[in-house]
Structures are given as structure tokens and as C-alpha cells.
Design a protein around this ligand. Structure first.
Ligand SMILES: Nc1ncnc2c1ncn2[C@@H]1O[C@H](COP(=O)(O)OP(=O)(O)OP(=O)(O)O)[C@@H](O)[C@H]1O
Length: 259
């Protein structure tokens, strides 16, 4: 099996933390697929994707991207690695400097990673790809809605040509109606650009709608992983069973509320 990114016996502890945040994580992601990473708050989801995309350094041998060690990538060809591995964060407003226009913010990663200034038509064509237009270029973050800012964040990631897009709770700060639109956009981009997508969420229902595979985390370890439909149909780990029961309760109460 060839994976675009793979972790082997990956363990990690923050210097100031009393316990490890990742414990012996073995995970492989096939190119072009969408993986949902679920688990309660503090289970290690954000730490795992930060390690996988090279933001938190770990010892050599623990993470491989395109069959090459991530530590080696970062030492030899860090810019290429960072272009290919992009991250979109939970709270779109905090990803942008409030004093910058969207045009300046969009250009930043291209300047840093490709050492050139992108043309306006490049910026506009990426904005159009995420359902926005040139009108946002001169705006500041507070002049846009949360959903629009999240779309700009996705456009900014796309500008450097990623292969792998990590989305850390990409919709949890958005209104419910906007959440579906942003998720649909991510799915469409995956299809049209052939991206591999990792979506972090504590929401099993959301993951079940959009992800081919799911990995369930608890206390820094992956307690269950597999095709989403299989995991949902026959969850093996007691913790996955709990998560599923909680998700079913939520959807039942939503049905009640709609009646
Ligand atoms: N910078 C840090 N320094 C020390 N400990 C940290 C740091 N960041 C996270 N942790 C700890 O690592 C563990 C995993 O945190 P992490 O943010 O990866 O979990 P998570 O599943 O993404 O949670 P959430 O859904 O709340 O974002 C937690 O116990 C957390 O307190």
C-alpha cells in the first residue's frame, strides 16, 4: 500500500505537559482520500496533524511524506514540503492579521514559499475557485462573514499548490447553514484538484458525511480506524461505540426539535 503520509510508532510529549499527547500512533493515508480524525477535546487530534505537517518537530523515522522522512524534507526541501502540506484552522478570523487586506494576506504564503509576488489574476482565480470574487481583495477580515473568511483561508492554502490539506475543525466556529457549504466546498476541491484531505472534528456525524475513512483518537492513541461506513456500522472500540451513541442522541433530539 502506498501512502501519501504515514506515521510509525509516533509518540510525542510537549515539554511542559505531564503526559504524552501522542502514544504509538500508526496511521497511513492514501492519496486522494479524505480522512476524518475524531475524538474528544484533548485527545491529540490537533497535535497529530501539526506533527504530520511538520509544524511540531519530532525525531526522524516517525513521519514519512511521499516516502521520505519529514525531518529530511524540512532540512533539505522545507519550502516544497510546506507548499504541499497546508493547514486551515478552526477559527478563520484568528488566521488573519486584522490590519491586512485580504490581497496582502493571500499573497503572504506565496511570497514566503515561492519567493515571488502572485498576480492579481492568480488571486482572483483562486477566490473564484472557493466561490468568492475580486470584491474581497481590498477588504479586511472584519468586513467579511465567518464563512467568507474561511473561504479566503482555503483559497490562501490553495495558492501554493498543496497535495495535502489539513482542516482543523474547519466549520466549528461557523453557523450550521454555513458549515455545510464550507464542507461541500472542501469535498468539491478534493475532487477537482485531486487533493488528499484530513478533517479534524469532534463531530462524528459530520465526518460520516464527508470522509472515506475515519480514525478515532482517545488519550493520544488511535483506538479504531477504518472505512467510515464500516466503523459506523460495527464500531469495535468501546469509545467509538460511546461516540456513536452520543451522535445518535444528538440527531434524535434535533429531529424532535424539528417536529
Ligand atoms: N502547546 C502545548 N503545550 C503543552 N500541552 C499541550 C499543548 N498543546 C496541546 N497540549 C496538550 O496535548 C493534549 C492534546 O491536545 P490537542 O490540542 O492535540 O487535542 P485535540 O484533540 O486537538 O483537542 P481539541 O479538540 O480541544 O482541539 C492535551 O492534553 C493538551 O492539553
Amino acid at each position: 500500500m502506498s501512502y501519501i503520509v504515514e506515521t510509525k510508532h509516533l509518540s510525542f510529549r510537549y515539554r511542559t505537559a505531564p503526559a504524552p499527547s501522542l502514544v504509538d500512533v500508526d496511521l497511513g493515508i492514501e492519496p486522494g482520500t479524505t480522512l476524518g480524525l475524531v475524538g474528544e477535546s484533548g485527545s491529540g487530534k490537533s497535535t497529530l496533524i501539526r506533527v504530520m505537517c511538520g509544524l511540531i518537530p519530532v525525531a526522524p523515522g516517525a513521519v514519512r511524506y511521499q516516502d521520505r522522512d519529514v525531518v529530511d524534507w524540512l532540512q533539505q526541501d522545507g519550502r516544497t514540503f510546506r507548499r504541499q502540506n497546508q493547514l486551515v484552522f478552526q477559527n478563520p478570523a484568528s488566521s488573519f492579521d486584522p490590519r491586512m487586506t485580504m490581497a496582502t494576506a493571500l499573497a503572504e504564503p506565496v511570497k514566503a514559499l515561492e519567493q515571488r509576488t502572485p498576480t492579481t489574476s492568480e488571486l482572483v482565480s483562486r477566490l473564484e475557485q472557493v466561490g468568492l470574487n475580486a470584491g474581497v481583495l481590498n477588504r479586511h477580515p472584519h468586513q467579511l462573514s465567518g464563512g467568507q473568511v474561511q473561504r479566503v483561508a482555503i483559497a490562501r492554502a490553495l495558492l501554493v499548490g498543496p497535495q495535502l490539506l489539513y482542516a482543523d475543525e474547519p466549520t466549528s466556529s461557523l453557523d450550521v447553514s454555513v458549515q455545510a457549504q464550507v464542507l461541500n466546498l472542501l469535498m468539491e476541491l478534493r475532487r477537482t484538484l485531486g487533493l488528499t484531505l484530513v478533517v479534524v472534528s469532534h463531530d462524528l456525524a459530520l465526518v460520516s458525511r464527508v470522509c472515506d475513512r475515519v480514525a478515532v483518537m482517545l488519550s493520544g492513541a488511535i483506538v479504531e480506524a477504518g472505512p467510515t461506513a464500516e466503523v459506523l456500522r460495527e464500531p469495535k472500540a468501546p469509545y467509538t461505540q460511546q461516540l456513536l451513541a452520543a451522535a445518535e442522541l444528538v440527531s434524535l433530539s434535533q429531529e424532535d426539535a424539528n417536529q
